[in-house]
Design a protein around this ligand. Structure first.
Ligand SMILES: [Ca+2]
Ligand SMILES: [Ca+2]
Ligand SMILES: [Ca+2]
Length: 339
């Protein structure tokens, strides 16, 4: 830390050092689990489209992107844990009768930087842009209950190339095509069809995160929106939070801003927070601290975030720049704008 203290003489150097630290911290070998270890979220969830939005899924589909660094030349797999709806983990309504489509896309049309509709945010737009590479519909299937199903192998070059990040992008669309139960599942992007072996430098992201909270008081879930150039403020929106505690916004410069109000039942609530210049090019940490006292059980929720232009921002499973930690005694407001 002595070198760091020395650099603090110059504001410009502080900024440079932080950028350097953030790029070093960005290597994360656990990044291919979705949700990731850093997120500490038990499951993603998608309900059958005859379900009730009051159970926590606003639109009965979800879109996830996987990115593969261009240096990676091997084939890879997308593994889905508990893709069926029935037996363990899933949320029954009446009887289990839900069918869920999982479809993997590559090629032109996938990259959300080049195709806004691909983000999957607005109903009626074509979030299935790209070429379908594999798909399967799962009902109640004991052979995939509490087990993995593996899509692939895929060649990295079958993805949609993104020049900015130098990655090939793939996406998986999850749709509750019938029924009314909640399908809980997770992903792992793997080099191996039968084991979870990470693709180095791979990542996963979404623009609308639909997930299950833990059924305990102490576990804190996190999601990590990435703040790109030009962002001045962001609007976080949450759906069907069941008034389940606090959402805190944390970064190197935010110790924990209480994002109030949170949603209650079948409603959206939003919260705006300003972005400091030095928070650009890194991730924020949205922390979900559950309500104490009476346990809110099986809480399914939806999260989105947009910038001041109304553009949706991505949540990365492996936070870009690493997990942001609040740093005391550094006030970024003292950093002057570069001349
Ligand atoms: Ca049912
Ligand atoms: Ca399931
Ligand atoms: Ca809920």
């Amino acid at each position: 830390m002595t070198n760091f203290a020395g650099l603090m003489k110059s504001d410009k150097n502080i900024l440079f050092t932080l950028l350097l630290l953030s790029s070093i911290a960005s290597v994360d070998l656990f990044s291919q689990a979705v949700p990731s270890k850093d997120e500490n979220i038990p499951f993603l969830v998608t309900f059958g489209k005859q379900g009730e939005t009051s159970w926590g899924d606003d639109d009965f589909y979800q879109v996830w992107f996987f990115s593969i660094p261009m240096e990676f030349k091997q084939q890879f797999y997308i593994r889905v844990f508990d893709p069926d709806c029935g037996g363990e983990h899933d949320e029954i309504q009446g009887e289990f009768n839900t069918r869920t489509l999982f479809a993997v896309y590559g090629g032109k049309g996938v990259d959300p930087d080049q195709n806004e509709e691909s983000k999957g945010l607005l109903n009626g737009l074509n979030y299935k842009g790209g070429t379908m590479l594999a798909s399967r519909v799962f009902g109640t299937e004991a052979r995939y209950d509490n087990k993995y199903f593996t899509f692939g192998p895929f060649n990295p070059t079958a993805g949609d190339f993104n020049k900015k990040w130098k990655v090939y992008m793939f996406k998986i669309v999850i749709e509750g095509i019938s029924g009314d139960d909640g399908n809980l599942y997770r992903f792992f992007m793997s080099r191996d069809p039968n084991n979870n072996i990470p693709v180095e430098g791979g990542n996963a992201f979404t623009y609308e995160y639909t997930f299950r909270m833990w059924n305990d008081f102490r576990s804190v879930a996190h999601i990590y929106p990435y703040v790109d150039t030009g962002v001045v403020w962001v609007k976080e929106s949450n759906f069907d939070w069941d008034d389940d505690g606090h959402i805190l916004v944390v970064s190197r410069y935010k110790q924990g801003i209480d994002a109030k109000p949170v949603s209650t039942e079948k409603d959206w609530k939003d919260f705006r927070v300003g972005i400091e210049p030095a928070e650009i090019g890194a991730s924020l940490d949205f922390q979900f601290h559950k309500k104490q006292g009476t346990l809110v059980k099986n809480n399914n929720v939806v999260l989105t975030i947009e910038n001041q232009y109304g553009e949706a921002m991505p949540f990365y499973s492996s936070p870009i720049g690493g997990v942001p930690k609040y740093v005391t005694n550094i006030s970024i407001t003292k950093v002057p704008k570069p001349k």
